[in-house]
Design a binder for this molecule. Structure first.
Ligand SMILES: Nc1ncnc2c1ncn2[C@@H]1O[C@H](COP(=O)(O)OP(=O)(O)OP(=O)(O)O)[C@@H](O)[C@H]1O
Length: 134
């Protein structure tokens, strides 16, 4: 890395916590605007929170639901990061390694979504079942 690169890197570095936070929020806004799946996951999150409030979840149940929601959203962001980096490197040219990376990133999202679905079905299923057998 030569002096010019180092100077450029120093210019891009976050200088305080507020600046880091601002950039993180810009990242959230970008993923919201660019990614349909992220908006769908956010809508599903709203439904889960509304259902959780209506069904009066316990603290322990809320922790499971929050963990599932946040991990799906975070994984969706990582998937987008990988897609962007791959596109940046390949310049949108077809490449078997690019395909591998993107398919594996999608697989991680899929596994996370299955986990969240299992948690949701278990917690909400039990709560709704208890409402009916009362
Ligand atoms: N440069 C590439 N070379 C080869 N295959 C690619 C390349 N880019 C994308 N693909 C293939 O196309 C699929 C879709 O890629 P794309 O970048 O459009 O993701 P996406 O549709 O935004 O995915 P997601 O639904 O996970 O957000 C990838 O999973 C991969 O199989």
């Amino acid at each position: 890395m030569d002096l010019k690169d180092k100077e450029q890197q120093r210019r891009w570095k976050n200088h305080n916590f507020c600046q880091s936070l601002r950039h993180a929020l810009t990242g959230l806004k970008t993923v919201w605007l660019d990614e349909r799946n992220f908006r769908f996951d956010t809508a599903a999150m709203m439904v889960a929170i509304l259902l959780g409030v209506c069904l009066k979840l316990s603290l322990y149940e809320w922790l499971w639901i929050c963990w599932s929601i946040i991990s799906v959203l975070a994984n969706e962001i990582w998937n987008t990061v990988i897609e962007n980096v791959v596109d940046l490197v390949t310049k949108f040219h077809s490449d078997p390694l690019a395909k591998k990376a993107k398919d594996m990133a999608s697989a991680a999202v899929l596994l996370n979504a299955i986990f969240a679905l299992l948690v949701g079905v278990t917690i909400f299923g039990i709560k709704i079942w208890q409402l009916f057998i009362r």
